[in-house]
Design a protein around this ligand. Structure first.
Ligand SMILES: Nc1ncnc2c1ncn2[C@@H]1O[C@H](COP(=O)(O)OP(=O)(O)OP(=O)(O)O)[C@@H](O)[C@H]1O
Ligand SMILES: [Mg+2]
Length: 319
């Protein structure tokens, strides 16, 4: 479908503040079940807009995602925007700040004005939110004044704005309390648990795969790893598998993993997963079949089927 000139002009105004992410480029993050159901509830609420309005309510429109780096805050916001078939403006905080006094506050006002003027609604995604909305301070220097006036501008703009706003931060404790209260949904994304790590490994190792016991061991060696780190590791393994042969690198299991582990580092604040201590000596690597098989070639596994307990009554499935 050809886009109108007006759409392009509006979109250009958005681009001065960050990147516009389109719905079809989104992917679904792998999340713990409680987070998934909180998100599904929010989506249901948004989809029930008309019914809620009929009883004098409006869906909640402002969410704050907090959590350590690389757990999927941006990915999740983009996924939600895609579920709502909306574009998302990923605002770059440095495009709002300025060395000129008063301009930070003006930029914030301008950002919300540009978002409101869009004929097609856009979700505002405010990343590194603590840098935009850190706590106000008693003004001792001009910089404090400037920061405080920027936060006041943000409060006013949010109070007037009817569209969706999602903010993300690694430091929820640093966000100004008055700004924090403007958000009616707070979701804390934690590091993935064992089950989620297994899913993340399978997703990013594909089209390669491992028998489920080996995936379990590998996920255990990656405890405290963020999804971003697991993705980086798996993708490095695959890159090695493709390029190593062309470049005549040693291709034994230990050699490939030594290169892949060295190529990505855990975030210093998140603790070191076991794999980065034991490296290729880790039991997860020692137990791994080599060369990696393609996931489609792995035999269908019966081991992961739940055991049937004859004492437990079975519910009939859907007819
Ligand atoms: N829960 C997840 N499931 C699957 N992939 C994930 C998940 N979280 C992160 N990733 C992958 O890791 C990369 C980084 O994710 P993302 O940028 O969304 O993290 P973030 O929490 O926004 O990090 P930051 O705090 O650094 O902004 C992305 O490429 C994404 O695909
Ligand atoms: Mg992010």
């Amino acid at each position: 479908m050809a886009r109108s000139r007006a759409f392009d002009d509006h979109q250009r105004h958005l681009l001065q503040f960050g990147d516009v992410l389109m719905p079809d480029a989104a992917s679904e993050p792998i999340l713990a079940p409680d987070i998934k159901s909180a998100l599904l509830e929010w989506l249901e609420e948004i989809w029930a807009d008309h019914e809620l309005q009929a009883v004098g309510l409006t869906p909640r429109r402002r969410a704050m995602f907090s959590g350590p780096p690389g757990v999927g805050k941006t990915t999740l916001a983009h996924h939600l925007a895609a579920r709502l078939r909306l574009r998302m403006l990923a605002v770059q905080p440095e495009r709002l700040s300025s060395k000129y006094v008063g301009e930070h506050a003006r930029n914030i006002g301008e950002l919300f004005a540009v978002a409101t003027a869009q004929a097609d609604p856009v979700i505002l995604f405010l990343d590194e939110f603590d840098s935009v909305a850190g706590e106000r301070r008693a003004a001792q220097q001009a910089a404090d004044d400037d920061r405080n006036s920027a936060i006041n501008a943000l409060l006013q703009a949010m109070d007037r704005h009817n569209g969706f706003v999602i903010a993300a931060t690694n430091h929820a404790d640093r966000v100004d309390p008055a700004v924090w209260r403007r958000f009616d949904i707070h979701i804390e994304l934690a590091l993935p648990g064992q089950t989620e790590r297994q899913e993340i490994i399978k997703r990013y190792l594909a089209p390669y795969g491992m028998p489920s016991r080996q995936v379990e061991l590998f996920a255990e060696a990656l405890e405290t790893a963020s999804p971003a780190l697991i993705r980086g590791l798996c993708e490095n393994v695959k890159r090695n598998l493709v390029l190593g042969h062309k470049l005549s690198w040693p291709m034994q299991r230990e050699a490939v993993f030594a290169r892949a582990i060295a190529a990505v580092s855990p975030h210093p604040d998140l603790g070191k997963p076991r794999l980065w201590t034991h490296k290729v000596e880790d039991v997860a690597i020692r137990a791994m079949s080599w060369p990696l098989a393609l996931a489609v070639d792995l035999p269908a596994e019966t081991a992961s089927e739940p055991e049937t307990d004859p004492k437990v009554a079975r519910f009939p499935g859907p007819r």
